[in-house]
Design a protein around this ligand. Sequence first.
Ligand SMILES: Nc1ncnc2c1ncn2[C@@H]1O[C@H](COP(=O)(O)OP(=O)(O)OP(=O)(O)O)[C@@H](O)[C@H]1O
Ligand SMILES: [Mg+2]
Length: 257
Amino acid sequence: MTVYAVYNIKGGVGKTTSTVNLSYLSARQNDPTLIWDLDPQAGTSFYLGVKPKVKGGGRGLLENRHDLDVLLRMTGYPNLDLLPADLSYRHFDTLLSEQRKPLEGIKRVLKPLRKEYENIFLDCPPGLTLLSESIFEVADVLLVPLIPTTLSLRAYNRLVRFLSKQEHKKMLLLPFFNLVNLNKPIHKVVSQTVPSKHAIFCRHFIEESNLIEAMGVKRAPVTSFAKGTPDATRYEELWNEVQNRYKNHTKWLGKNS
Ligand SMILES: Nc1ncnc2c1ncn2[C@@H]1O[C@H](COP(=O)(O)OP(=O)(O)OP(=O)(O)O)[C@@H](O)[C@H]1O
Ligand SMILES: [Mg+2]
C-alpha cells in the first residue's frame, strides 16, 4: 500500500482537484484505490457524489468504534472507494491531542486497510497542524500542488524547512505546479525554470482550465468526463511521473537502508 497525501499549507491551490483526478487514474489502472477526504469542507466527497457523513465521526474513527468496511463508500467508479468527510473532522487536532500517541492517529486508522488497497490518497485540509503532522507520519508520498507565484514558493520553502527538522526521511516530497496560466509571465517563468533547476519538482504541471473548473458542475474527475483532452492528458502525464519517481525512490531506499 502506498499512501499519497495531497497537501499544502496554503488553501485553494488544487489539493482536492488533484486528489480526485489522480486517484481516479490510479483506480483506472486497476489498482484498488481509496480516498480519505480529511477536509470538513468535503470537496472530494462532493465531487464524487458521496454524502459527507461518517458514523461516529472523527472520534469514532480514531477510537476504532465501527468496522471500517461499514464506513467506506463506493464512488461508482470501479476500484475507487471513499472514506467520506465529516463535519466533526474540524476537531481533528483536539481529538488527536487526546490520543496516547497523537502522531500515530491517522496511521492507526489506515492500518486495517493495508491489504485491501494498493493506493490510498489523503485529501488534506490546508494548515500546518497536529493533523498535518499525523499525516506526515503515514504518507509515503507528499504531493504538494503549488500555484507558480512567489508567495506560494515561500510557503513551500517554509514547509521544506519544517520537514527538514523532522524524521520523515522515507517520505518522498513531490511538489508540482497547478493552476498555471502560461499567458502570465511569472507563471511561465516559474513553471518552466523551477523544475529544470530543482529536480525535486515534477516536470509536468497542470494548466488553469475551464474544463477542470467544470468538475464542480459535472461532479466527476476531468480525467473521466473529458478523457483525451489536453487537460486529462496532463493529469495522466503527471500521474506517470509521480509513479516513476516513487518507484525510483523505493529503489534508492532499498539500497540505502
Ligand atoms: N487547474 C485548474 N484549473 C482551473 N481551476 C482549478 C484548477 N485547479 C483547481 N481549480 C479550482 O480552484 C479552486 C480550488 O481548488 P481546490 O478546491 O482543488 O483547492 P484546495 O487546495 O483543495 O482548496 P482548500 O485548501 O480550500 O481545500 C476550485 O474552484 C477548483 O475548481
Ligand atoms: Mg481541498
